[in-house]
Design a protein around this ligand. Structure first.
Ligand code: A4P
Ligand code: MG
Length: 180
């Protein structure tokens, strides 16, 4: 079958199947068991989801931990996708990948983890539920989220929070180091 490239969309669009595709941003973080490998492997798994297409990836970024300091430094990255999955279905897919990567939930807030996948932004939606809050809580104050977001989408406006460029102007880069 002839397969034609589909242009990236900035706004919602309707797929051939009739589903509304949304542009979503996913934050990836790891500080255990070869963090860079964890993140690269997770991006490959996300690429293979049914209902997910068109990807952009930030560089990897290194930073010291936010929260408890008695844990290794983190590697973070951000990717964007176009998806016909609902926000909650996409979250469940991301949680499955966390589990496959040996994520153990110790109950400690902001504790060390092999892989953390956060749904940062889902289209223009604002969702405020315990299971899913988008935009993700804390997005506006986290250099390890904002700088990779700016790298892949400098014009991005985060629903309810404003432009990523304006948020970066208020968020010191501090120890965040771009790796590649
Ligand atoms: N949940 C609600 N909204 C979302 C969303 N938008 N994306 C719920 C993902 N999950 C969401 O998540 C706890 C619950 O949040 C889930 O049941 C889900 O339904 P979790 O992944 O089990 O726990 P967590 O990640 O430890 O919690 P939290 O508060 O989301 O932590 P963060 O904000 O992810 O921070 N330092 C550096 N330098 N880099 C980091 O990446 N990460 C953390 C964790 C701490 N320090 C860090 C970093
Ligand atoms: Mg999380």
């Amino acid at each position: 079958m002839l397969s034609l490239p589909v242009p990236m969309v900035e706004k919602n669009t309707v797929t051939l199947s009739g589903a509304v595709a949304q542009k979503a941003y996913i934050g990836l973080g790891s500080n255990l068991a070869d963090p860079a490998k964890q993140i690269r492997s997770a991006t490959q798994k996300i690429r293979r989801f049914d209902g997910v297409r068109e990807f952009a990836f930030s560089s990897l970024y290194h930073s010291s931990p936010m929260g408890p300091q008695d844990q290794p430094d983190y590697i973070n990255a951000v990717m964007s996708v176009n998806t016909s999955l609902s926000a909650i279905a996409l979250l469940h897919c991301l949680q499955e990948i966390e589990n496959v990567h040996g994520r153990i939930r110790t109950g400690q807030r902001w504790g060390a983890r092999t892989l953390d996948l956060d749904l940062l932004i889902y289209g223009e939606q604002k969702i405020d539920q315990i299971e899913l809050t988008v935009p993700h809580v804390g997005i506006a104050e986290r250099a390890f989220v904002l700088y990779p977001l700016f790298e892949i989408s400098p014009e991005l406006v985060i629903p309810g929070l404003g432009s990523v460029s304006a948020l970066i102007a208020q968020c010191p880069r501090e120890g965040l180091v771009k790796l590649d």
